[in-house]
Design a protein around this ligand. Sequence first.
Ligand code: ATP
Length: 613
Amino acid sequence: MVGMSAVGIGVGTATTTTVAATYPLLLSSSSMLGVGLRATTSAGCARPCFASFGRNTLIGGLALTGHRGFASLPEGAQEVGKLVSSATEKMGLGDNQFAAGGFQLALIGGILAGIRVLGSYAIEYFKKKIIVTAEFDSRDESYSWILNWLSDHPYSKKATHFSVSTTIARGAQKINGEGGDSAIAATYFLPAPGLHFFWYRNRLLWLHRERARPAGSTVATSGSAVENITISTIGRSRDLIQSLILEAQRKFIDRDQSRTVIFQADQYGAWRRTKSRPKRPLDTIVMDPKLKNYIVEDAKEFFASESWYAERGLPFRRGLLLYGSPGTGKTSFIHALAGELGLNIYVVNLSSKNLTDDTLSELVSDTPSRCLLLIEDVDAAFVQRESQDAAKGITFSGLLNSVDGVSAQEGRILCMTTNHLERLDEALIRPGRVDVRAKFGKASQLQAKELFIKFYPHVSGTRVDSSVSKEPNNNKRLSAPSNLSETTNYLDNGNSTVSSMTSPAENAINSLSAAQTEALATQFAKVIPDQMFSIAQLQGFLMGYKKSPELAVKHAEKFVRQAGSAEVSGTAKVEYDEETTGKASEKQFYWEDDEEKQGFREEKERERKASLK
Ligand SMILES: Nc1ncnc2c1ncn2[C@@H]1O[C@H](COP(=O)(O)OP(=O)(O)OP(=O)(O)O)[C@@H](O)[C@H]1O
């Protein structure tokens, strides 16, 4: 079988069997041009032979009988036959039976194809006139709205052909196990691929869900398969389906009310929702309360003063630069700020090889008008690039143009973070691009105390896990980790290791009074030198004693001592700013290579085990 535009070539022979086998091939191909040799079978034999080939029989019959008369064919077909026959005569092919047959078939094929094409256009036209259809593609966010909406629709709960999914959008997991059991993965029941009919506002709608196979694959894999949903109804007005879409969108947004959604650029340079997290309360961030308050109020005021900016012809944009050592809470604060302001975060990774000046500019202009645009480690992209392929990725001027060029989106706050303020070009952080600069320093003793109290919150005489410890992966690997955070990260990464190293008594949930907790926090803070550790390091240490604040206090001194002895051990390098404080400087600890890291971990673990004996 050949396609619509192909040329069909049929070869008829003297036997009726071959004619029957050949003509369907030729004629059902819808070819615009059919070339064939006319069968030289007897007229009497032709009709029974074609009987089993449906409508091709008629065409075959026309071709065969066109030269001899059409008495035995239906009236309409006779007319077409006569037309074909007279065209053949006019072409002067009447005497050559083979050429005439071929020409007739070509003509008939053309007419048939034309009728088909016109027919399908007509059907499409009438479909559009009486059926309203909306289409959703899994590469677009609206697809998640529809899946979310469908998962709650009564039809999905009773459909006998349904699919089960644990997620309806990347990063949009259901927030339960039903019954609140977070250990049970949440599930969505959705109409399976295929055709489904359901009711919406007393009108019948039908839904077609289709899963496209990735090119070159015979199996539709969920990872790469593109899905497509169409929802249709009879009528000429789009109102019903539009209101369904709006309802689905609202529902989806509502369910994100208590969450911060994070978007990242995909390989095509378009924003893609990657995850959503419960909003992080601002009071989980340990930092100078004045600074915290200043930034939050500044952001609120910014969003409330659009007309003020417009009246003065100023671009309605705000820039925030957070700088300081790794693990001091810059990223965490931005998440908390987004939660406080009810904004989503759009993250740009400047080191991405897929990012060019053009895609960055497009991404920035595609951000919604109220959001936080986050560029982390803004210094890193250009430093790395110098040593790699300078032709790849974005340029510095491309970055400048994107963040405040003419096409840059208005109404957003650009947040940049860096561990190295001194490496940033003045042009990038000049007023107008960066309006607020905030330094995130190492923990003061006061902050160490605050962290301790937050880490061991106290509810009705029973200790509960802090919000920090509810996020098991929040103890993310630092880009320049210290010896100590490495040790505790290591312990924290394997819960079994932690519990095997702590006695049942240590795991018992204590019920200290608030005053007792505060007293322990004060003891802890006294031991922790001012501005020596980042909050992440202290948090990493406390993670080793999740349920035992007393033990945390007991081991704190050793923790500090070990930090100081890291250089002596020769396994980690520590840069000291001896002249001034004798404490680790901003540059903090760094490791030579992985082997050193591993060796150090093992040594620390041995020491730790020995101390617990
Ligand atoms: N000031 C803080 N208050 C509360 N938690 C903090 C603070 N600083 C760090 N943490 C905790 O330490 C971890 C790392 O913090 P975060 O990623 O925010 O640091 P950062 O300054 O952005 O680090 P980097 O510069 O390496 O990206 C998180 O789990 C976070 O909860």
